[in-house]
Design a binder for this molecule. Structure first.
Ligand code: F6P
Length: 329
């Protein structure tokens, strides 16, 4: 074990918000990089709620063996309403300070980073964020941990649905996750060759959707597959099906909601490598004295973004991909 040159002696780690495949790989990287640099590592269970409840565990190199390949999070995750209150954050700060914890590493999405920024401002705790959400909607990183796995899970499901859609000459509306973000819907629609993708970022005109599908079905197509983001304007695949099924009786419109399947499973190699890089980077930037920042990878290089910037707006879809999906349908 090395001694480090910074004043940092102990850090705490949480996974927070919706889980995403690769969180465990990030936990492993943070723990191992910290231990290598002579830091003591605590983790709290269930995100911020565990800090408030004083539910901590010490982690060492061997506590994170055999987890890189596992989905979910060994630290559990939660969305804590108590942490949204000043009293909740006060309790959390007391529990961190009584252990002489110098910094908190938060693995999660933008809601979790907002909380980290506030506790840092209110109680002077150093914080670093590692972006992990299947939604991929965080600026300051090309991809978030878990997105690639969720995308591949959804694509695999779409491939399977296409087989049966084709066999029965049916129309399927496949709903994917993404309350506010259409990344999964857009990229799975391209990768799965869907006829249409309905995205929260775009207005959906149901009459136009019907006209487009009718046009396509008049051509050579005998089945069709529409990817609907759960946050699409129409209210999701079930509601859309109600509005279009009478126009497509011949195609026996079916709905398949992929749901939380997209959040689970073994992370892809790409997510494991991303999580490993970001976990080690989080420790590096803390040792360099940074705080209230998020680590990301942009164009294959480490990028740090102030947390207040990372939470200030959602990442935009790549409109070249939106156009590509339309060109190839
Ligand atoms: O933010 C990740 C996400 O999976 C979204 O895509 C989805 O809308 C939401 O979480 C679902 O959250 P919960 O598991 O709390 O229902």
């Amino acid at each position: 074990m090395l001694e480090n040159d910074s004043d940092l002696k102990a850090i705490a780690l949480i996974t927070s918000g919706g889980d995403s495949p690769g969180m465990n790989a990030a936990v492993r990287a943070v723990v191992r990089a910290s231990v290598q640099n002579g830091l003591k590592v605590y983790a709290a269970y269930r995100g911020y709620q565990g800090i408030i409840d004083d539910d901590f565990v010490d982690l060492g190199t061997h506590s994170v063996s055999n987890i890189i390949q596992r989905g979910g999070t060994i630290l559990k995750s939660a969305r804590s309403s108590e942490f949204r209150t000043p009293e909740g954050r006060e309790k959390a700060a007391v529990n961190l300070k009584k252990r002489d914890i110098d910094a908190l590493v938060v693995i999660g999405g933008d809601g979790s980073f907002t909380g980290a920024n506030i506790i840092s401002e209110e109680h002077g705790i150093n914080v670093v964020g590692i972006p992990a959400t299947i939604d991929n909607d965080i600026i300051g990183t090309d991809e978030t941990i878990g997105y690639d796995t969720a995308l591949n899970t959804a694509m695999d499901a779409i491939d399977k649905i296409r087989d049966t859609a084709d066999a029965h000459e049916r129309m399927f509306l496949v709903e994917v996750m993404g309350r506010d973000a259409g990344f999964i819907a857009l990229e799975t629609s391209i990768a799965g060759g869907a006829e249409l993708a309905l995205l929260p970022e775009e207005l959906t005109n149901v009459n136009e959707v019907k006209a487009l599908l009718k046009n396509m079905l008049q051509e050579q197509k005998r089945s069709s597959l529409v990817v609907v983001a759960e946050g699409d304007e129409t209210g999701g695949a079930l509601k859309l099906a109600e509005r279009i099924k009478d126009d497509f009786t011949k195609y026996d419109v079916k709905v398949c909601i992929l749901g939380h399947i997209q959040r689970g499973g073994a992370p892809t190699a790409r997510d494991r490598v991303l999580a490993s890089r970001l976990g080690a980077a989080a420790v590096k930037v803390l040792l360099e004295g940074h705080s209230r920042i998020m680590v990301g990878i942009v164009n294959n290089s480490l990028k740090i973004t102030p947390m207040r910037v990372a939470v200030s707006k959602k990442k935009n879809l790549d409109y070249a991909l939106v156009q590509l999906a339309k060109l190839l349908r």
